[in-house]
Structure formats: structure tokens, C-alpha cells
Design a protein around this ligand. Structure first.
Ligand code: PGA
Length: 301
């Protein structure tokens, strides 16, 4: 392709077939010019970090959190941090993120209702969450399933509503109880969750990264019990084969697969070392700014 650099056309420049969107020349240290190729103008997210605050933190706690977090977190835009506060604090949390971190730290909502508006007292739509600055939305966290009647069927409607009505990324939560694992049925259970929650979701939404799959074994949430990194990887393999069956191998490779359940700085790298785990979703540790920042800082790609 011909590339125009500072007004001069260069022909037959081979840039390895990469998706180059911007080329410019800048003066190098030795006085010569250096060509800079920018890929898509977008930094690819290599690692995901969800911080699910659940029903915790008042404004005073949020102030204290960001006083520490904004300075403790090392800027690295290949790491995407999404804080999921209680919905009434979405704007407030967003306003507290240091501007230097705004490409790295974003805000998401813990749950939305699948209708866009109407007489649904107490509910919040995906559109409203996006309007408050959310770029991500959780769907079907196990506590929503356990206490608030969320089912695979409602998750399916919610995922589709998020994709159709907003440009947010849907984080779909799946995971088995201890009883299911002890009975040896965890693979079938999680595959069925994926089947029912993703029915009718288009391949293009999967391929463009609009869905993150979050595997949280329920018995490892807030219990201090961690699923071993090897066991988490085994389930990611199961998830991968289900996504491959539904959307093909490439989509199965590409879709972000995140693990959650008692993640902390001391175990994060064992988890991230697994070939199919591209991030974590943290509950408890995300409430403590210094610990959450430390976990993200030490995480290696
Ligand atoms: P935990 O919670 O990190 O406290 O185990 C995880 C979650 O529920 O997302």
C-alpha cells in the first residue's frame, strides 16, 4: 500500500500485513528520522482486571480508595481495569479516576435489566448504565443468580440487550457450585450455561470482543478457597471448546476468558500463567486500593 509520510508518498512498504492506521516520522535521537507505525490507533488489551465491589463502599470509602489507588497503580494501558461499584456511585467513581489513568481504568455496572425503559420499578437499563459512563456490564454473577432470581434465560436477554442497545462489553459469569463439582458435573453445567446464555448472540459480537466470559467457581468466591490454577485452566479449555462449537475456533481463541474466586497478588501470576486465562475478576481484594493496585502491578502478561 502507498503510505504518505509527512507529505511524501512511499510505495511498496511492507509492514507485515499489520492493521496500520497511522504512520508518521519523528526526529530520532541521532538526528535521523524514525518512522512510527501505529497499529489501529488502539492499544490491544492483554489482561483484564475486574473489581467487583458488590454492595460495599460509601462516598467516604470511595474517596479513600482513589486517594491510594490513583497513585499506587502503575500505568500500563495493555492492562484494562474495570471497577464495578454499586450503581448509585457510577458517576461518582468515574469522577474519581485520575485523568492519567482514564485509558486504563474504566467503570462498569454489576447488573442491568434487559428492557430499555418502562414501568420496571427499581431497575436500571443497559442504556442508562452507558449514559452514566459505563463501558462494561456484568451479567449473571452467581450472587445475582442466587438471591435475585437471575437465570440463564434472563442472562441471555440481558446480554442481547447490552449488545443491541449500547456499545458496552458484557461480562458473562458462569460457574458451578461445590455440589455440582463434587458430582463431577461441572463441565456439562458450565457448557449449558454458555449455550443458554449466548443463544442468539451473533458471531460478530463474539469476534469483536463484546463479550468477556468470566468463570467463577461459586465455592471459591469469598471463601479463601481458590480453584487451583490448573483446574481453572481445565475449565477454560471446556469453555473454549463450547465457544468453538458455537462460534468456531478463532472466536474460541480470541474471546477473553477471565477467572474469578479469591484472586490476590500472591496467586495472580499462577492464574495468568495458564494459556487460556486472559484476566481476573476480583471481589474482596478490589475493595482494598493498595492490594488491588499491587495485584495489577505485579501481574505479568
Ligand atoms: P472474591 O469474589 O474475589 O472475593 O472471591 C469474586 C467475585 O465474586 O467476583
Amino acid at each position: 500500500m502507498p503510505i504518505i509520510v509527512n507529505g511524501t508518498t512511499l510505495n511498496n512498504v511492507d509492514v507485515g500485513g499489520a492493521n496500520i492506521q497511522k504512520v508518521y516520522a519523528r526526529q530520532g535521537e541521532t538526528g535521523t528520522y524514525v518512522l512510527v507505525f501505529e497499529k489501529g490507533g488502539v492499544v490491544t488489551v492483554a489482561l483484564w482486571f475486574g473489581g467487583n465491589w458488590k454492595m460495599n463502599n460509601l462516598k467516604a470509602n470511595i474517596d479513600a480508595f482513589f486517594n491510594t489507588f490513583n497513585s499506587a497503580l502503575t500505568l500500563d494501558e495493555s492492562k484494562k481495569v474495570v471497577i464495578f461499584p454499586p450503581a448509585c456511585y457510577l458517576d461518582y467513581v468515574k469522577s474519581k479516576i485520575a485523568s492519567s489513568l482514564s485509558n486504563m481504568v474504566e467503570v462498569g455496572i454489576q447488573n442491568v435489566f434487559y428492557e430499555t425503559k418502562g414501568a420496571y420499578t427499581g431497575e436500571i437499563s443497559a442504556l442508562m448504565a452507558e449514559d452514566c459512563g459505563c463501558t462494561h456490564a456484568m451479567v449473571g454473577h452467581s450472587e445475582q443468580r442466587q438471591y435475585f432470581g437471575v437465570t440463564n434465560e434472563t442472562c441471555n436477554k440481558t446480554v442481547k440487550s447490552i449488545l443491541a442497545n449500547t456499545s458496552m462489553t458484557a461480562w458473562l459469569f458462569v460457574g458451578e457450585t461445590l455440589e455440582i463439582r463434587e458430582a463431577g458435573n461441572e463441565d456439562a453445567y458450565v457448557q449449558n450455561e454458555l449455550q443458554e446464555c449466548l443463544t442468539g448472540v451473533s458471531p460478530s459480537d463474539i469476534e469483536t470482543g463484546r463479550v468477556v466470559i468470566c468463570y467463577e467457581p461459586i465455592w471459591a468466591i469469598g471463601t479463601g478457597l481458590t480453584c487451583s490454577a490448573a483446574d481453572a485452566q481445565l475449565m477454560m479449555d471446556v469453555i473454549k471448546s463450547k465457544i468453538a462449537e458455537m462460534y468456531g475456533d478463532q472466536a474460541a481463541q480470541k474471546i477473553a476468558k477471565v477467572y474469578g474466586g479469591s484472586v490476590k497478588a500472591s496467586n495472580i501470576n499462577d492464574i495468568l500463567m495458564q494459556p487460556d486465562i486472559s484476566g481476573v475478576s476480583a471481589g474482596g481484594v478490589s475493595l482494598k486500593a493498595a492490594n488491588f493496585a499491587e495485584m495489577i502491578n505485579v501481574a505479568a502478561e
